[in-house]
Design a protein around this ligand. Structure first.
Ligand code: GLN
Length: 558
């Protein structure tokens, strides 16, 4: 075990979906504000080796780390709360663990021994948690164990946490994030499910040091002392976490409840008063969280995409990074974004006419895959271009912006992306040759360009001005690219590829010159993955700015 490193395990009780990820991120944030370098680790108990092969309507969008690993959305929250990139060692799945143990067995690395869940799987988990702790000089790891206590799938992870504590009792702290229902017929908050969840955890040999009680209402002293009494926890270690409107208030509430002052003494640690992080404390965060609540002036943004009609919950999960990125830039500009979710299929079926788009201040076509609603998206893009409505295309939204331009401005009327029609006359968006082979073999895992890649920005462009930099690094997740064959034709017709890969082969940003359009820009990468509350993404900010100007122009009749 890394010397002096501290480990906090966050385990869910009663049921899933109560905000364990936000709780873990907020615990990290609170401890960071006391001067500590924090590492946030997510453990996902499923057998997928990464999150890339999962359907976004079921599991939310995959969050891509700089390294290219496709992970769970919680990693996005972790990066946003901590304000920094996290390495891929901070994401673990059962699939990864089993895959490497089985590989080691095949490589005869277990010296002929019988390979078993205990100790081999358990120790693989311990090793990986410790390896993650070793990176970037972090001092405290907060490890969220996915699922709920009592699940079959996460037992090995709880067992790994237990053994880490057995080996080093003073360096491990357990927090249970549990749910307290208020049944409508009873009308009072019930602690029994939480008591049972703690007993279940006890049966694995683990006693939580703290309980974070999630509920629709705050926990009163009676409930706190009941949990404390029944489950051997100090009453002041039972923290109330009622539902609130903004997730960004959670760290502030935890801070008010002295969470850090409970955890740090357990580790015999103190607030590092002289350190830069501690001096900053929660100041900027509080300012940001307040602007998230208090901004009144609205900006109407249409997000034209696919994954809709499966309920609001799924919808916002599928685009969570995009939503947050728009928020951060909007708050920074003193406005609140009102997002209008529009299914691109409605423009194909004629249910909606593109003219209905004139009421919005800006349009976003986010990333996506497959055929559904593509012609509708192309109609929307054409309308935004012709009517000079600020448009921001993210990945697929950029590829389709290029297709639309090729069709209607570059004289390539048969233009398309290979993803839609591999027999199209002009495949302006095409697959990279090295990916072709993998796809032919039906090997869909890892067939995309994933993770951070550099792009050079051309002088005098919107992109260059927004970033105020010549070289940027952004995260990717896509199979297709602008085909080099068509770059000259499309550029001659007026579209500018303002961001390109260092070897000039890959087109990373496309935009229209300012004298043509106030903001018509698309990125092959996903800028939303690197947008953070305290450092909003420059391209989103530029888009919001353009939308504000457009809105003003509309209201003054210009
Ligand atoms: N479907 C497109 C591709 O694979 C775009 C992907 C995306 O938007 N993330 O290239």
């Amino acid at each position: 075990m890394k010397k002096n490193h501290k480990y906090i395990f966050v385990i869910g009780g009663v049921m899933s979906g109560v905000g364990k990820g936000i709780a873990a991120a907020s615990i990290g944030k609170v401890l960071q504000s006391r001067g500590y370098k924090i590492n946030l680790v997510k453990v996902d108990p499923y057998l997928n080796v990464d999150a890339g092969t999962m359907n976004p309507t079921e599991h939310g969008e995959a969050f891509v780390l700089s390294s290219g690993l496709e992970t769970d959305q919680d990693m996005g929250n972790y990066e946003r709360f901590l304000g920094r990139d996290l390495p891929e060692e901070n994401y673990l799945t059962s699939g990864m663990i089993y895959q490497s143990v089985i590989q080691k067995e095949r490589n005869l690395e277990y010296g002929g021994k019988c390979v078993e869940a205990i100790p081999h799987i358990r120790e693989e988990i311990v090793e990986r948690i410790e390896a993650a702790a070793d990176i970037n000089g972090s001092e405290i790891s907060v490890i969220e164990i996915g699922g709920t206590v009592g699940d079959y799938q996460n037992i090995m992870f709880i067992e790994a946490a237990r053994v880490m504590q057995a080996r080093n009792p003073d360096s491990v702290f357990f927090i249970m994030v549990s749910y307290l229902p208020i049944p409508s017929k009873v009308g009072e908050m019930k602690t029994k499910p939480t008591q049972n969840a703690i007993r279940q955890l006890n049966s694995y040999g683990v006693q939580p040091h703290m309980v974070i009680g999630r509920s629709s209402e705050p926990l009163d002293d009676r409930r706190k002392s009941k949990i404390a009494m029944q489950c051997n926890i100090r009453p002041e270690h039972v923290i109330s976490a009622p539902d609130i409107d903004s997730i960004y208030d959670v760290p502030l509430n935890f801070d008010k409840d002295n969470l850090a002052d409970i955890i740090l003494p357990h580790f015999k640690l103190k607030t590092k008063r002289t350190n830069k992080l501690a001096k900053e404390g929660m100041r900027s965060w509080r300012k940001f969280a307040n602007s998230a609540k208090n901004t009144k002036k609205e900006l109407d943004i249409a997000v034209v995409g696919k994954y809709f009609g499966t309920g609001d919950f799924v919808l916002s999960d599928a685009y969570i990074s995009v939503i947050e990125a728009i928020k951060f830039s909007s708050y920074a500009k003193g406005v609140k974004p009102k997002l209008h979710w529009i299914s691109s299929q409605d423009f194909e079926s004629g249910k909606l006419s593109t003219r209905s788009l004139s009421k919005y201040d800006g349009i976003i076509v986010p990333g996506g895959f497959g055929q559904t609603g593509i012609e509708g998206k192309l109609k929307v893009i054409k309308y935004a271009r012709e009517n000079k409505i600020p448009y921001f295309g993210l990945c697929y939204g950029m590829q389709l912006m290029v297709v639309e331009y090729a069709r209607h401005k570059a004289g390539l009327s048969g233009a398309n992306t290979r993803e839609i029609d591999n027999k199209a006359e002009h495949l302006v968006i095409d697959i990279m040759p090295e990916q072709k082979k993998k796809l032919q073999n039906k090997d869909y895992g890892g067939t995309m360009r994933l993770g951070q890649y550099p792009a050079y920005l051309k002088k005098g462009t919107i992109a260059r001005k927004a970033y105020n930099a010549e070289l940027v690094n952004e995260r990717h997740r896509h199979r297709y690219e602008v085909s080099p064959e068509f770059v000259d034709i499309i550029e001659d017709a007026g579209l500018v590829f303002s961001g390109v890969s260092p070897d000039n082969k890959l087109m990373e940003i496309a935009e229209l010159p300012l004298n043509e359009h106030p903001f018509m820009l698309g990125t092959q990468f996903h800028p939303e993955l690197q947008a953070r509350p305290l450092t909003p993404h420059p391209l989103f900010t530029a888009f919001v700015k353009a939308a504000l100007t457009y809105k003003k122009g509309k209201s003054t009749g210009r």
